[in-house]
Design a protein around this ligand. Structure first.
Ligand SMILES: C[S@@+](CC[C@H](N)C(=O)[O-])C[C@H]1O[C@@H](n2cnc3c(N)ncnc32)[C@H](O)[C@@H]1O
Length: 466
């Protein structure tokens, strides 16, 4: 078998669910069945991961001639899936050992630029220099095109200076460069995952148009789900308890009243500590005797350490003033409590022992039926988020505890279902350990989005390689 060819024949269902392409993926494929390329192009897949770029370009009829992946487990998996053994650390690969190619694909690590990371950018000692290696390959092999993917914050990082620097270097290497933010939900895939895509063509990008962003149909996460799949991770009993307590709150809440569209912070119910123009810290912990902390706990006579502990975690920072958004949430929650005090006081005892992130609820289903089990649930550090089953939230690599929960089956999404959110439903092998699979999928690039871009970039008339 030729390296880089995807072996999908005789694929059978695996234990986690069927290897079918979801209807969303099929729709994406239909959109793309337009022009065939003039000839097969050769591409390289840097920071290959699960091979999102590989799947996309090979499905368009192109051939992978080189891949690089540092993680040994992912590299083995890549070879099993694609029959091509990736080189390891790209820093150690000699330029002359990278074969000639027409398209360079790279989804380099996003942590230095991600809002969730340390934001060290190009100065990040672990990853900040990786773009140098990409530029060096572009200079040495001069492929006609490149496609790079990263978090949207790459473009905003350091007030746009980081992106400006990168762009200049790509241009100096001989490329006309453009960038766009795209998400799978714009192409019929039920996942909201905005990413920055950067493309380049030697000379100029004349005639290239980014794909149309408007979603072509009503999205439903149900398109990519299996029904009660074997081996799915069930929601642990204590998590059922958290949701049952909040369901009880919803049941008690008057039907005629609208549920808040702001996050409900239950620890504000009964609290009176200062927040408008000062914070408990700037007031001084010794001067808070007449106030109340979380759930109305009296601060009278407490030593400073105990005062701090009696405040909600978000009110403990050593800051002079809370940011405006926090002031607004606190104000709204206290007004909400005042209005519904009777009802809340009878219910509140159920959640006072929960960890703080379970004491907050984001009800993102305005006007929908008040039944948590009909929705997608996510346990986030900022609270429990309930959302409609139209799209899944973006898969994240940082933590597997944030895998979306299918409320009506009281379980987490399986890795196979998550693979469909990345349009990787046909990828034969996923990491065996579930946590590793979620992590790799959270790092991956969506195949449909890459296909949408690549089809236009590689096949637009002035770009064809003869
Ligand atoms: C954001 S992920 C890319 C995911 C990939 N595009 C996909 O579709 O799955 C970045 C990948 O780069 C790999 N990586 C990090 N440093 C590397 C290096 N120095 N050389 C090669 N790969 C590296 C990581 O192990 C990770 O799998």
């Amino acid at each position: 078998m030729m390296p880089g060819r995807v072996r999908f024949a005789n694929v059978r269902a695996d234990r986690m669910g069927s290897l079918r392409a979801s209807s969303a993926e099929r729709q994406g494929t239909k959109r793309l069945r337009r022009k065939a390329p003039t000839r097969e192009l050769k591409f390289i897949d840097l920071f290959a991961g699960l091979g999102g770029f590989h799947l996309a370009l090979s499905q368009l009829g192109h051939r992978c001639v080189f891949a690089s992946e540092l993680d040994p487990e992912l590299a083995i998996l890549y070879e099993r899936n694609f029959g091509l053994k990736p080189s390891g650390d790209i820093r150690k690969v000699k330029l002359r050992n990278i074969p000639k190619h027409d398209v360079l694909c790279a989804g380099f690590p996003c942590q230095p630029f991600s809002k969730a990371g340390d934001q060290k950018g190009l100065r990040c000692p672990q990853w900040g220099d990786l773009i140098d290696y990409v530029v060096a390959i572009l200079r040495y092999r001069k492929p006609k095109f490149f496609i790079i993917e990263n978090v949207p914050n790459l473009v905003r990082h350091n007030r746009g200076r980081t992106w400006k620097k990168i762009k200049e270097r790509l241009q100096e290497a001989g490329y006309d460069v453009d960038d766009e933010k795209l998400s799978p939900h714009m192409f019929g895939i039920p996942q909201i995952r905005e990413r920055a895509f950067i493309i380049g063509q030697r000379g100029n990008l004349n005639g290239f148009k980014w794909p149309d962003k408007s979603p072509s149909k009503k999205l439903s996460i149900k398109d990519i789900l299996d029904r009660n799949p074997a081996g799915a991770r069930k929601l642990p009993i204590q998590f059922l308890g958290y949701l049952n307590a909040w369901q009880d709150f919803l049941n008690r809440f008057p039907k005629k009243d609208e549920l808040p569209s702001f996050p409900i912070w239950a620890m504000e119910f009964g609290a009176t500590y200062p927040f408008e123009n000062r914070t408990p810290f700037s007031t001084g912990y010794r001067k808070l005797d007449r106030y109340r902390g979380s759930f109305g706990k009296s601060l009278k006579g407490l030593n400073p350490e105990d005062v701090r502990a009696a405040l909600p975690p978000y009110a403990r920072y050593e800051e002079k003033r809370f940011p405006d958004w926090k002031v607004e949430f606190i104000r709204k929650n206290r007004a909400f409590y005042k209005k519904h005090k009777k009802l809340i006081d009878k219910w509140l005892y159920q959640i006072t022992d929960f960890a703080p992130s379970f004491q907050k609820l984001e009800w993102n289903v305005k006007g929908g039926k008040r039944r948590i089990w009909s929705y997608i649930v996510r346990f986030r550090a900022s609270g429990i988020r309930i959302k409609k089953p139209t799209t899944a939230p973006s898969l994240v690599a940082m933590t597997t505890s944030q895998v979306p929960i299918i409320g009506w089956e009281r379980r987490y999404m399986t890795p196979r279902e998550c693979s469909r959110l990345q349009s990787m439903g046909k990828l034969r092998y996923l990491p065996r350990a579930k946590d590793e699979a979620y992590k790799a999928l959270g790092n991956a690039v969506n195949v449909t989005v890459v296909k949408e871009i690549a089809e236009r970039l590689l096949h637009h008339d002035s770009a064809r390689v003869q």
